[in-house]
Write a protein that binds this ligand. Structure first.
Ligand code: NDP
Length: 276
């Protein structure tokens, strides 16, 4: 029988690494740990092998469509399909980063939003019936982080298309370059990128509604990783719990939702619940 296939992006460390660990323990199929850097990927694979786990490896730089296409072709040739895709890879500039806001805006949106759009365009044709996609968003992906009511309305437009959403993201980058972003968009490129990702999740689900494919966004909790400079209280395995829930356990009716680390479905546009 053909095995089920799971893929996790940005999985050489942090929450992505723990998602791979959890999948290796619980998923009845083949698990691909992917990373942009092959050496860091090999070290992660070796660490999991020491635990008696057996993930497969492939290089995957999510901002490089050539790398994503190479991976797509490899999976297509070897198996022909994907059953679980976890879009986990992301970046966050530190609050004291010296880079100008315009640079931070462009780079953050490039990795956290535009790379998900493009890699999903490349990989989604491989999703087979019953597949699940988990977009690792954040608490910061809650719509309430966008100050402008007019923009919040745009994000919530039930007919918003991916090109229109991408255009909104470009408008943010342009505003950041002009220094006029704060009043309407707020002061964090990371927040905008994750609001964009949550909005993208809802559109992706809408476009796949005629298929048995579930696409959900998740806030994994505040986790002790390099991204948070190890200030989060949750371990990486605790941070992997909600992504694993969406990948493996959530009811088939959970589609296009924004799910919190305690596995609650949270209203994206309603009041923001406290972090956990
Ligand atoms: P880390 O910084 O620990 O890990 C990020 C991972 O993404 C690394 O493996 C990194 O690879 C990879 N990555 C970054 N850019 C790319 C790229 N262009 N192509 C491929 N891989 C890439 O972060 P976390 O584990 O904390 O975060 C994982 C996810 O969880 C992210 O989406 C983050 O936004 C989200 N999140 C995290 C929270 C937290 O408290 N930690 C809270 C809410 C959301 P490399 O090692 O090569 O840099």
């Amino acid at each position: 029988m053909s095995p089920k296939i799971a893929v996790v992006t940005g999985a050489n460390k942090g929450i992505g690494f723990a998602i791979v660990r959890g999948l290796c323990k619980r998923f009845d199929g083949v698990v691909y740990l992917t990373s942009r850097d092959e050496k860091r990927g090999a070290e992660a694979i070796a660490a999991l092998q020491k635990e008696g786990l057996n993930p497969k490896y492939h290089q995957l730089e999510v901002t490089d469509s050539k790398s994503v296409t190479t991976f797509r072709d490899y999976i297509k040739e070897k198996y022909g399909y994907i059953d679980i895709l976890v879009n986990n890879a992301a970046i966050a500039f530190k609050s004291n980063a010296p880079d100008p806001v315009a640079v931070q805006a462009e780079e953050t949106l490039r990795v956290n939003y535009f790379s998900v759009v493009s890699s999903c365009e490349i990989l989604f044709p491989l999703l087979r019936n019953g597949a699940r996609v988990v977009n690792v968003s954040s608490l910061c992906g809650h719509l309430s982080f966008i100050p402008s009511e007019k923009l919040r309305q745009r994000f919530q437009d039930p007919n918003l298309s991916i090109p229109e959403l991408s255009d909104l993201m470009c408008q943010y980058v342009e505003a950041a370059k002009q220094g006029t972003h704060a009043a309407e968009w707020g002061n964090s490129s990371y927040n905008v990128s994750k609001v964009g990702l949550t909005a993208l999740t809802k559109i992706q689900q809408r476009l796949l509604n005629d298929k048995d494919i579930k696409v959900n966004a998740v806030h994994p909790g505040y986790v002790d990783t390099d991204m948070t400079s190890h200030s989060g209280p949750l371990t990486i395995d605790e941070g992997a719990q909600a992504p694993l829930f969406l990948a493996l356990d959530a009811a088939d009716s959970v589609r296009g939702e924004y799910v919190w680390c305690d596995k609650r479905i949270v209203s994206w546009s309603g009041p923001k619940p406290g972090d956990i």
